[in-house]
Write a new protein. Structure first.
Length: 197
């Protein structure tokens, strides 16, 4: 693993070594930036599992409760079941609404989709970088790039590294916007409840 540190909930940047500024070794830099991308991809792959599981459970339960709420009037119409005074349908529909609200406010489904999209974009960027690298390297003779080829490869490393950070930044902005939107909505609901009370 590179010096980039992945924790349970965060992605930390890789420190740039002093030697990288003096006389950068292209192969080492390429390996480091590929490792950085792979670790970010793995982070999204790992974290989307919990979000996917939470989303699926809440959606399945909401469908089940909606179904129960929907058939409740039919069951109450059957005299032999003796459910005339039963209020299970309303309770089931209320539980379905709770499941949907939990999914929305805790962002299980939206996070799952964001993580999947970011992970796919990072994989695409990695594949694109590796292909570009091979295309430039095919022109290199005796494993010694010319000054122009050296500059091209360094430029490609820079673009790729910024691409990784841009995708992570974009996903984080989407999360921030969603979080603020959910908080605002929750505040509006709370204010409405206060007025009603």
């Amino acid at each position: 693993m590179s010096e980039k540190t992945l924790t349970e909930n965060d992605i930390y940047p890789s420190p740039v070594k002093e030697r990288d500024f003096e006389k950068p070794d292209l192969k080492t830099l390429r390996k480091e930036v590929e490792t950085e991308a792979t670790e970010a991809i793995n982070w999204y792959l790992q974290h989307k599992k919990a979000k996917a599981k939470g989303s699926k459970y809440l959606r399945v339960f909401s469908i089940i409760f909606i179904f129960i709420g929907g058939i409740s009037p039919i069951l109450q119409g059957l005299e032999w079941l003796n459910l005339q005074d039963c209020q299970y349908g309303y309770i089931a529909l209320a539980l379905a609404a709770v499941c949907i609200a939990l999914d929305k406010f805790f962002g299980f489904s939206s996070s799952w989709m964001r993580y999947m999209m970011t992970e796919i974009k990072l994989q695409k960027a990695l594949a694109n970088f590796q292909t570009d690298w091979m295309l430039i390297w095919t022109e290199v003779k005796d494993n010694t790039p010319t000054a122009e080829q050296h500059r091209q490869l360094l430029q490609r490393i820079k673009e790729f590294r910024l691409n990784i950070l841009t995708e992570i930044e974009h996903e984080t902005k989407m999360w921030t916007h969603e979080f603020q939107s959910n908080l605002s909505q929750l505040e509006r609901i709370t204010e409405t409840q206060k007025k009603v009370s």
